[in-house]
Design a protein around this ligand. Structure first.
Ligand code: A3P
Length: 282
């Protein structure tokens, strides 16, 4: 029996206008992040929470392994902005290529990322499935605060009063850079439809030249089923929660018609006519 309560005001602290979970981020770490020294061969994976960053992280590590036989291991919690203030000092010792995942807006990434022209993969997922995945994550994982109901979570999600703030603000910000040379847009729904083609595109963007057989082998290991089966080994106790369902359209199980219309309205208001708006499968 869970004895968790929703005490929203205590869950977040606001840094530069965005709410972050107090259990994972601190303003001191954000300040230390400003001085982070990116390397030109770092790889950034950016996403709003629950859009599939662990999926892309897995694919990129497999690509690195296939291309160089270097087993990618990350001795730190992979999300760049989470951790203690000494994290970025320790990261100086990590071998290249380093993979940096982040839920930050493009404008809030450390300046060295742009100076070094670091390649950035940004993964998007339709906001309805993202919200549902985020809700389940809060309510399934024992150590993080849960919401009293889906309706309550939905209200907070629409207001952007959830960890890492508003999906739409994140999308509006990234939209400005989505067609940049160093930015590769990936869509969760496209990967679900054709994993081999998606992996091939990622591989080409990162400059690897792998055979069709190698790409196929990576695809076989990157299906939802394969990743879920190995999830406890790869991600520990949280594994089965991270690899929950892995489907497109799960929102239909929780959204009512009013919520559906409200989300459609927000989407139109924020992204209609934009480059990103045209790319999202919505
Ligand atoms: P669901 O909760 O809808 O199942 P993140 O890694 O950014 O936290 O995103 C987690 C979401 O990505 C979860 O969505 C998870 O199941 C899904 N996911 C992870 N690996 C996947 C894969 N190989 N194929 C499809 N979906 C995957």
């Amino acid at each position: 029996e869970k004895s968790k309560e929703t005490e929203l005001s205590r869950l977040f602290f606001t840094y530069q206008g965005i709410p972050y979970p107090v259990t994972m981020c601190t303003s001191e770490t954000f300040q230390a992040l400003d001085a982070f020294e990116a390397r030109s061969d770092d790889i950034v994976i950016a996403s709003y929470p629950k859009c599939g960053s662990n999926w892309i992280l897995h694919i990129v590590s497999e690509l690195i392994f296939a291309a160089s036989k270097k087993k990618y291991t990350c001795p730190e919690f992979p999300v760049l902005e989470c951790g203690d203030t000494e994290k970025y000092q320790r990261m100086k010792l990590f071998p290249s290529p380093r993979i940096l995942t982040t839920h930050l807006h493009y404008d809030k990434l450390p300046q060295s990322v742009f100076k070094e022209k670091v390649k950035i993969l940004v993964i998007f997922r339709n906001p309805k499935d993202t919200a549902v995945s985020f809700f389940h994550f809060h309510n399934d994982v024992p150590d993080i605060p849960s919401y009293a109901s889906w309706d309550e979570f939905f209200r907070q999600f629409i207001k952007g009063q959830v960890s890492w703030g508003s999906y739409f603000d994140f999308a509006i910000n990234w939209n400005k850079y989505i067609d940049d040379e160093n930015v590769k847009f990936i869509l969760y729904e496209d990967l679900k439809e054709n994993l081999v083609a998606g992996i091939k595109q990622i591989s080409e963007f990162l400059g690897f030249s792998l055979t069709d057989e190698q790409i196929q082998a990576i695809s076989d290991q990157s299906t939802f089923q394969a990743m879920r089966e190995n999830s406890q080994e790869t991600h520990g106790a949280i594994g089965p929660f991270l690899f929950r369902k892995g489907e497109v359209g799960d929102w239909k199980n929780l959204f009512n018609e009013t919520q559906n219309q409200e989300m459609d309205e927000r989407f139109k208001e924020c992204l209609a006519g934009t480059s990103l708006g045209g790319k999202l499968k919505y």
